[in-house]
Design a protein around this ligand. Structure first.
Ligand code: ADP
Ligand code: MG
Length: 231
């Protein structure tokens, strides 16, 4: 399998001097193309910090970060934004959908940013994705008319809009009941299998983690106990 992304000796420190918090302390992680990996660790262990750095939304204090053979630490802010829009999708614990917009508008919105309009092709892709996540009968429903699980499935469709190689999901099921959480996880698994999209999914939930093929644990700011199962 080919390498999608690699971080080496990743360090992230917040603040300076005596109040400095060293969150990541030389973390190493390699993701292969097509990985379905859970990111585990107690609250405050640095999972969100790591996902934010891997998503190029924040720069590390030191260490190397290479994705698709591009050195992220040498890229300009504009290059990072462009790279992120092309290659990375995000799903958050709180869906961050626009409340007054329909499901379809929320999915298509990322492509409209910078273009200023939603093309017919984008709408077509948006409809396909909503069908893919089981919401073909909710395309024109507003966010406020959807259940928590449905909103999160819209958020998954939105993350896939630009056909990213990597989807970073930060506790995507953290706000859902067990049944909805299970369904969202099943969906991520299917997409991983069918489209070979790589997923890194942070979670507290051992059941959700067990559904992934790989489990990475963040302990003391480094990734350890990287287990790979063959299921
Ligand atoms: P997790 O997602 O595993 O719960 P986080 O990455 O959110 O952990 O946080 C790890 C640590 O980093 C926490 O101690 C948190 O307070 C600290 N931290 C995160 N972001 C910031 C920030 N922007 N400024 C200062 N401290 C931060
Ligand atoms: Mg977090």
């Amino acid at each position: 399998m080919s390498t999608l992304l690699e971080v080496r000796d990743l360090v992230k420190t917040f603040g300076e001097g005596e109040t400095a918090t060293r969150v990541l302390r030389g973390l190493n992680l390699t993701l292969a193309q097509g990985d379905l990996a859970a990111l585990l660790g107690p609250s405050g262990s640095g999972k969100s910090t790591l996902l934010t750095i891997l998503g190029t939304l924040m720069r590390p204090t030191s260490g190397s970060h290479v994705m698709l053979s591009m050195d992220m630490t040498r890229a300009s802010d504009a290059e990072l934004t462009d790279f992120r829009n092309r290659h990375i999708g995000f799903v958050f614990q709180f869906h961050h959908l626009l409340p007054d917009f329909t499901a379809l508008e929320n999915v298509v919105f990322p492509t409209a940013v910078g273009v200023g309009r939603e093309t017919r092709a984008a709408k077509e892709r948006g409809r396909e994705l909503l069908q893919r996540v089981g919401l073909s009968d909710r395309v024109h429903f507003r966010t406020t008319q959807l259940s928590g699980g449905q909103k999160q499935r819209v958020a998954v469709a939105r993350a896939l809009m630009n056909r990213p190689e990597l989807v970073l999901a930060d506790e995507p099921t953290g706000n859902l009941d067990r049944e909805s959480a299970g369904r969202v996880m099943e969906l991520l698994k299917e997409i991983n299998k069918e489209e070979r999209t790589t997923f890194l999914i942070s979670t507290h939930d051992e059941k959700i983690a067990a559904a992934c093929r790989r489990q990475v644990r963040v302990v003391d700011g480094t990734a350890v106990a990287d287990e790979v199962s063959l299921s």
